[in-house]
Design a protein around this ligand. Structure first.
Ligand SMILES: Nc1nc2c(c(=O)[nH]1)N[C@H]1C(S)=C(S)[C@@H](COP(=O)(O)O)O[C@H]1N2
Ligand SMILES: [Mo]
Length: 374
């Protein structure tokens, strides 16, 4: 295999984990080491993996992508045909809606993600819009249902009456936006099996559940789609006219996370320590980060490492002269977007066990015994 990453990914396209944390062995749910975000793009072998069923084994030669439903000319594309269409490459951050769940008190059900169910990569593929144009999307199609090849019976009540595939629908508006890709490459190489080989959707700005892996079907529908994943699983209580209504999750909410120091790290007193992290948002841009080292009383602006780029995270840093006084200190980071909206300081319970985008407290210890170390 070509390239310097050949030692991580072999020719069967399986990732040899180099630093991912197992949250669930089967199906495969692995967390990225968020404290190691030294590069803007997360190396493919360190990108988090979130799967609901066993990973399907698709092969390029027999692969077909169906585009049907409310379209004038349904079609089925082979891998080669898809590869021969004009492609685009763009950077997008994926965050699982359950990222940071371990910070919820009291503890809730679900994978106990810490900070690493988020990663950033460069994706190459065909805009979904080009495929819908080619098939002739009907005027009255309101949603586009993306279907993956993985199947099974979910365990959460209410359990569907038969095995189901992983599906997610996008509004017509989002599906036609230029950023939505039907991707076959990640960081300049073929998609690894764990990340959707041979083809997946990438829905920048939305939580990860919309970026359907092992994509085999694209179906335009004339009625809103109410599949299991977006009603029972990834849904929340929205308020419309004073009434709570159940809605599918969508846009990622504004969030910053501290990567270093790590939770409960011990640091030397009276020494400059560079606090660093990353921040992202869904359909808006992150314009400022403030950091507190005293549990939220005083806030200091941090400096961005990466430029502002819609749908991609921005790493940031701040030099902190650690206190002379040993003890426990609580670090917080708070992002602000273009509209001046600030990251919340509490989890919104209407999101249940998802959308944990409040400022997460990182407790560290200033340790006297580290004073003498150089
Ligand atoms: N077919 C299929 N697509 C899927 C999933 C899945 O289980 N099956 N998981 C979704 C969820 S919840 C997330 S967060 C992202 C994770 O993508 P990754 O594993 O490449 O990080 O994939 C999404 N796409
Ligand atoms: Mo997710």
């Amino acid at each position: 295999m070509e390239g310097s990453k050949a030692n991580y990914i072999d020719n069967t396209n399986q990732i040899f984990s180099a630093g991912l944390t197992i949250r669930q062995k089967e199906p495969k749910n692995l967390e990225a080491p968020f404290d190691r975000i030294d590069s803007y793009l997360t190396p493919t072998e360190l990108f988090y993996i979130r799967s609901h069923f066993l990973i399907p084994n698709l092969d390029r030669a027999s692969y077909k992508l169906r585009i049907d439903g409310a379209v004038r000319s349904p079609l089925a594309l082979s891998y080669e045909e898809l590869r021969n269409m004009p492609s685009e490459t763009r950077v997008a951050t994926l965050e699982c809606a359950g990222n940071s769940r371990v910070f919820l008190v009291p503890q809730v059900q679900g994978a106990q993600w810490e900070l690493g169910a988020v990663s950033n990569a460069e994706w190459t593929g065909v805009p979904l819009r080009a495929l819908l144009d080619r098939a002739g999307l009907a005027e009255d199609a309101c949603e586009i249902v993306l279907e993956g090849a993985d199947r099974g019976t979910p365990k959460e009540e209410p359990v569907p009456p038969m095995p189901i595939s992983y599906t997610w629908s996008l509004s017509r508006t989002k599906a036609l936006r230029s950023e939505v890709l039907i991707a076959y490459q990640m960081n300049g190489r073929e998609l690894p099996r764990d990340h959707g080989f041979p083809v997946r959707a990438i829905v920048p700005g939305h939580y990860g559940m919309a970026s359907v892996k092992w994509l085999t079907g694209i179906q335009a529908v004339r009625e809103p789609f109410h599949g299991y994943w977006q009603t029972t699983d990834y849904a929340y209580w929205a308020m419309t006219e004073g009434q709570p209504v159940r809605r599918a999750l969508g846009e990622m909410q504004l969030k910053s996370q501290i990567a270093r120091p790590r939770v409960y790290e011990t640091l030397a007193p009276n020494r400059v320590y560079t606090i660093s992290g990353a921040a992202w948002a869904g359909e808006t841009d992150v314009t400022a980060i403030a950091v507190s080292t005293d549990g939220g009383r005083i806030w200091t602006p941090a400096e961005f490492i990466d430029p502002m780029r819609r749908h991609a995270w921005r790493r940031w840093k701040l030099d902190w002269l650690t206190p002379n006084e040993p003890g426990q200190y609580t670090l917080l980071a708070r992002a602000m977007d273009t509209a001046g909206v600030m990251q919340p300081d509490k989890h919104d319970r209407n999101y249940g066990t998802y959308v944990i985008n409040h400022s997460l407290p990182i407790e560290v210890f200033i340790d006297e015994s580290r004073r003498s170390q150089s």
